[in-house]
Design a protein around this ligand. Structure first.
Ligand SMILES: [Zn+2]
Length: 82
């Protein structure tokens, strides 16, 4: 049985898909979205795309942190405007 919500919004927004991947959706939306995923192939594919994107993003963030934590980085940048 379709609710009014599902009729008006046949698919979830990119924002909701992304929040689902990040695990930051509220419990009610999460339950509805998971139910939707059971019957909706396109949204499942968007979730896996979003998962892959977030994994790449996390990997990139890790590399940035590793880069800024290099011990040979000067603690204070030289200033020429004094
Ligand atoms: Zn869908």
């Amino acid at each position: 049985m379709l609710t009014m919500d599902q009729v008006c919004n046949p698919h979830y927004s990119d924002d909701e898909i992304e929040r689902y991947s990040m695990g930051t959706l509220d419990a009610v939306t999460l339950a509805k979205l998971e139910e939707h995923l059971l019957i909706c192939d396109p949204c499942r594919q968007r979730v896996s795309a979003s998962d892959a994107y977030l994994a790449a993003l996390r990997q990139a963030a890790k590399e940035v942190i590793a880069e800024t934590e290099k011990p040979d980085r000067p603690a204070v940048a030289p200033r020429a405007d004094n």
